[in-house]
Design a protein around this ligand. Structure first.
Ligand code: ZN
Length: 656
């Protein structure tokens, strides 16, 4: 991969966030038609931004609108500490696509004073205030915009949590996300249970593209579609998809775009499934994209999908690696430690590729996944397979930005682990991600009659654990060496060490003192690492050792650790296959949620001294059409210079 060695990866830093930029190597070598396809798809990816802000919380567009207008106005007091705190808060809101932390889900606490905010707000011109009053009346509360803002920004009791996963509470009522209005968890579950047909082997993803509302005793869905909720934004998305269509690389891809447009126009979930099946089937195109309501992490009931988009193209060189995995998919399925009744007899269509990311939008921006495995509908995955990708230019940017920051030296036990990590961590971690995405999520099967939602709030954590364990188990397999996917017998140890260290210690840097673990991926990592630690105690597989008052992970027996991963993989697959809710709950609650406060404080303190940021995200490159003297488009130019705030304000129409 051709990357510029002097490329400046760091863009901005604030609160617990580091914003990076990524390169798009190989873009110049695409055909003009492919470049124009990408260009128009990036435009479509920009248009869903407001949908996501509104989905995350109904106050978000008002808060964002106020902050940006205040920032842009003349006469803003820029000399005080309050202003600096305001700037940090605004960047936090923009980064998180709303007033809650993108990962932890807790509401941000402003460090500027209420008085200062009121003073600045009063300086807004009449037109700005008008826009804000309109946004406020959309929320439907009989208050002025200013009153709503003061309440939402400064009162910690109002909308404290975007997604609440605390067992035993009404998860719908206590979550601030905007997928339900005046509805209880019981209402929502009853509403969607009534739609389910146990005999339907190809069930639509009920509830995926709507808000559920209760009004005058009636419960109904506000569907997100042209002519429905978010119509103005969806019409723009459709416009750009239509612009992209003439540049489709083949008839299949054209059909994919047309079916997606059809879905946006009708909101029909059957059409969405049809689109997903066609999308999985398009494996020949170099350029690919996701645009729609996809992931359900933002809904405590795991049904409603947040809007996201990515635009990418195949990295041909690196794809060879994942092709080897998918060609051997059946071997991996057959040899896994999972009980044979829960295995797929025939693993179908695991299409795996490495992509170069060209653009991130909606829920993939600025914080982004490093791997993608879609579609989510279980029956489509079983019958038609899934598409799975690793995003190498993003992983590469993370890796480059992390080199030499002192993290490994602080948290790894000895030079042995540090040296091994320098040599193998990047390649072993990429392989683990490939295994997780290409094979892990696609492996195994549900018993007949078991629904995808059977594990309820524990479903996401168990699913991530399943994919991670599949990857961990096989990273250490001799088959991997045989296939030439790792360079040395010991390389897997780099991944094992960093995984356990992360699950037991270092991921705690992302959590505030006193809080528990809530996010599904983090719960999964804690679950796996702590379970392995506990179960391996009698054979001393993993130790927590103290050196100068600091806690370190020591792995005494890597072979035994691999066996433990295999045992847990078999159990997690059983839980998912039979829909064993009680076992899922026990596993997650016993190992994935609670934190030892002393250890937590120690890790936070050590991390604080390193002066690093636990969360990272990206700005997008800028794509511009290049015209000749007759006005014909002759090229698309990509540049990387834009900073974080400029990009945000440009997307929202305040800057060019
Ligand atoms: Zn996953």
């Amino acid at each position: 991969m051709k990357t510029d060695v002097k490329f400046n990866y760091l863009v901005d830093r604030f609160a617990d966030i580091q914003v990076l930029r990524y390169q798009v190597p190989g873009f110049e070598d695409l055909t003009l038609s492919q470049k124009l396809l990408i260009y128009n798809l990036t435009k479509a990816a920009e248009e869903g931004r407001d949908i996501l802000f509104d989905q995350n919380c109904r106050y978000n567009l008002l808060v964002r609108g106020a902050l940006e207008r205040m920032y842009m106005m003349d006469g803003m007091d820029k000399s005080s500490d309050d202003y600096n705190a305001f700037l940090t808060y605004m960047k936090q809101v923009l980064f998180a696509n709303g007033i809650h932390h993108h990962y932890g889900c807790e509401k941000f606490t402003p460090a500027f004073s209420k008085e200062w905010f009121k003073q600045q707000y009063s300086k807004l011109d009449a037109e700005s205030k008008n826009v804000l009053e309109n946004l406020n009346s959309n929320i439907g509360e009989a208050k002025t915009a200013e009153e709503t803002l003061l309440k939402v920004i400064f009162d910690p009791m109002v909308a404290p949590k975007r997604v609440n996963q605390a067992d035993g509470e009404d998860l719908v009522k206590t979550s601030a996300c905007n997928y339900y209005l005046n509805v209880s968890q019981q209402d929502a579950e009853a509403f969607y249970n009534a739609m389910k047909d146990e005999n339907d082997t190809t069930p639509p993803s009920f509830g995926m593209n709507s808000r559920l509302v209760k009004k005058d005793g009636m419960i109904y869905e506000e569907v997100w579609k042209v002519g429905g909720k978010y119509s103005d934004k969806i019409e723009k998305i459709v416009y750009w998809l239509e612009q992209a269509k003439p540049y489709a690389e083949n008839a299949k891809q054209k059909d994919v775009i047309e079916t997606l447009v059809e879905f946006y126009k009708t909101g029909d979930l059957k059409t969405f499934d049809e689109y997903s099946i066609k999308w999985v089937g398009d494996t020949d195109s170099r350029v690919d994209f996701v645009n729609g309501f996809i992931e359900t992490y933002g809904d405590p009931l795991d049904m409603k999908a947040s809007w996201e988009s990515i635009v990418n193209f195949k990295n041909i060189e690196a794809t060879r690696r994942t092709q080897i995995l998918s060609e051997n998919a059946q071997w991996f399925e057959d040899h896994s430690p999972v009980s044979s009744e829960f295995k797929k007899k025939e693993v179908k269509g695991v299409s795996a590729k490495v992509i170069t990311m060209a653009f991130l939008g909606g829920d993939c921006y600025p914080a982004t996944p490093i791997g993608i495995n879609l579609p989510n509908a279980n029956w489509i995955r079983q019958i038609h397979g899934s598409k799975s990708v690793t995003i190498e230019n993003i992983t590469n940017a993370y890796d480059k930005a992390a080199q030499g920051n002192g993290f490994a030296e602080e948290f790894m036990l000895s030079d042995e682990e540090i040296e091994r990590s320098k040599k193998y961590a990047y390649i072993a971690d990429n392989l683990h991600t490939d295994l997780h995405e290409c094979l892990g999520h696609g492996s195994g099967q549900l018993q007949p009659g078991v629904s995808r939602e059977a594990l309820k709030a524990y479903g996401s954590t168990i699913e991530e654990a399943r994919a991670d364990l599949f990857g961990l188990y096989y990273t250490a397999d001799s088959k991997i060496l045989e296939l030439g996917l790792l360079p040395a017998k010991d390389a897997y140890k780099a991944e094992y060490y960093s995984y356990i260290m992360n699950g037991l210690l270092t991921q705690l840097i992302r959590i505030k003192p006193g809080d528990v673990i809530e996010e599904a991926h983090m719960r999964n990592r804690a679950l796996i690492a702590r379970w392995a630690y506990e179960k391996g105690k009698k054979d001393n597989v993993i130790e927590l050792v103290k050196k100068d008052g600091k806690t370190y992970v020591k792995i005494n027996n890597y072979k035994e650790l691999r066996k433990l991963f295999g045992v847990l993989l078999a159990e997690v697959q059983r839980i998912r296959s039979v829909g064993d809710y009680e076992a899922a709950k026990r596993l997650v609650e016993d190992y994935g949620v609670q934190i030892d406060p002393d250890l937590h404080n120690e890790v936070l303190e050590r991390y604080r001294k390193l002066n690093l940021s636990p969360y990272k995200g990206f700005v997008n490159p800028v794509y511009e059409l290049v015209k000749d003297e007759n006005g014909n488009t002759v090229d698309v130019k990509v540049t990387y210079g834009e900073d974080f705030l400029h990009q945000q304000l440009r997307y929202d129409g305040f800057l060019k």
